[in-house]
Design a protein around this ligand. Structure first.
Ligand SMILES: [Zn+2]
Length: 427
């Protein structure tokens, strides 16, 4: 099939992809339940209706995953992975259209929780599966489109389970998650940051709130140590040379794609985003009653590291910083592994050919960037070794926000990329 044929098929499918996205959004698959059974049944009906081979794989019956299979004439197999679970909708009054309405508006958007992250990309993949399946001559590359559960909570019953249990087998994997920059700033994700989650615990001595000098206030102790842990954002990471280009492009992508222009201070922070860890104290638990001096306090930091850095060295530095604070009765727990996140080299045939696909579709050369957050790629890469690159249809500033929506234009771009790449890839 020629590119022009793919292009016209994708453009003809504009209403179809918007309706599929809307249909998926209307099933509430938000955590904490994170149920994907209704979405999977909906996808299965579509696939069966178009004679596309499919299988359901479930470790938990309410969190099934489904795969659409297009067989190829060669041994090569391309995987596409996208998730069906979403984050909670938050306060309904912040939404212009109800969060699970899947409302399609005349200005070309599909609204609702998950539209951008990432039921829209899943809808695009469904249409791509149909287009590839309807080809007169089967493609050379086999393709499996996987629709998964649990991405928003680490992939437990979804991609991680599929990877760990040996169900994901292929030569390369395209991740549909993330923001591919649409038409204006096309991009491919070559990696994701990872974490070095850190917990601080302070122990003191309780006393009556009226005689605080008889106690040892754990909150006070913890507050003294927090600024020391925050100094980890001064620690320069050692990074592989080949990531310098993508880091530059990632920073400029972050700066350019914010809905509001960044302040000078925010721009300064953005420029440090990959060469230094980011740190945010996001949970603080302490105290039982106003008149009781607390003997226990704990807090948790989200500390993110660029792939290719050395997390165990960062852990060591955090422990040192806590010691420098010189507060007795403090315990620090840093969850760090040998590696953080994952990354691929931007020079592989896979990266070049996915890049050529995106260029063909958008008529602009895409940049290669690293995501600040994580996707299923991390567990897929770590458990199976299959190279993973991301091209998502998500729109800037939409993921996890009220009034989440997706442009139908981005959905059509997704259909084009997910259909053309399997026809272009030669390994
Ligand atoms: Zn996502």
């Amino acid at each position: 099939m020629s590119y022009n044929k793919v292009k016209s098929e994708a453009e003809k499918a504009q209403d179809e992809v918007a309706e599929l996205c809307s249909g998926l959004v209307q099933f509430n698959s938000a955590h904490p339940e994170g149920k994907t059974d209704e979405c999977v049944a909906y996808i299965k009906e579509y696939l069966d209706g178009h004679g596309i081979e499919n299988e359901i794989h479930a470790n938990d019956p309410v969190k099934p995953n489904i795969v659409a299979k297009i067989s190829g004439t060669s041994e090569r197999k391309i995987l596409w992975v996208g998730h069906l679970d979403v984050v909670p909708e938050g306060k309904p009054e912040f939404w212009t259209h109800p969060p699970y309405s899947g409302k399609i508006t005349d200005d070309g958007y599909v609204w609702g929780r998950g539209s951008s992250d990432m039921k829209g990309a899943c809808a695009a993949a469904m249409v791509s599966a149909r287009i590839l399946n309807e080809m007169k001559k089967p493609p050379e590359n086999g393709v499996e489109f996987w629709f998964t559960a649990d991405e928003e909570i680490g992939g437990g019953e979804g991609a991680r389970w599929l990877a760990e249990s040996g169900r994901l087998k292929g030569d390369v994997c395209v991740i549909g998650d993330g923001n591919g920059g649409g038409r204006t700033l096309p991009s491919i994700d070559i990696g994701c940051k990872g974490g070095a989650g850190t917990r601080l615990v302070a122990r003191g001595k309780t006393a009556h709130g009226s005689t605080p000098f008889l106690g040892d206030n754990a909150i006070k102790k913890l507050m003294k140590v927090i600024p020391y842990v925050e100094k980890i954002d001064q620690y320069r990471l050692e990074l592989p040379e080949e990531l310098e280009g993508p880091i530059k492009d990632s920073i400029s992508f972050v700066v350019k794609t914010q809905p509001e222009p960044l302040t000078k201070e925010q721009r300064r922070a953005a420029r440090r985003l990959f060469h230094y860890p980011t740190v945010a104290c996001n949970i603080f638990n302490a105290g039982v009653k106003t008149n009781v001096v607390p003997d226990y306090a704990e807090c948790q930091f989200d500390i993110r590291l660029t792939p290719g850095s050395k997390p165990l060295k960062v852990k060591e530095r955090i422990e040192q910083l806590v010691e420098e604070a010189g507060v007795p009765g403090i315990e620090v727990i840093v969850r760090a592994r040998e590696t953080a996140g994952y990354h691929e080299t931007p020079d592989s045939a896979f990266a070049e050919q996915l890049g050529a696909t995106v260029k063909k579709v958008t008529r602009k050369k895409p940049v290669y960037k690293i995501l600040t957050g994580g996707t299923d790629a991390i567990s897929i890469k770590n458990f199976t070794g299959i190279p993973c690159l991301g091209y998502g249809t998500s729109m800037t500033g939409m993921a996890h926000q009220p009034d989440e929506r997706i442009s139908i234009e981005n959905l059509v771009l997704g259909v084009k990329v997910y259909s053309w790449f399997p026809l272009l890839y030669t390994g």
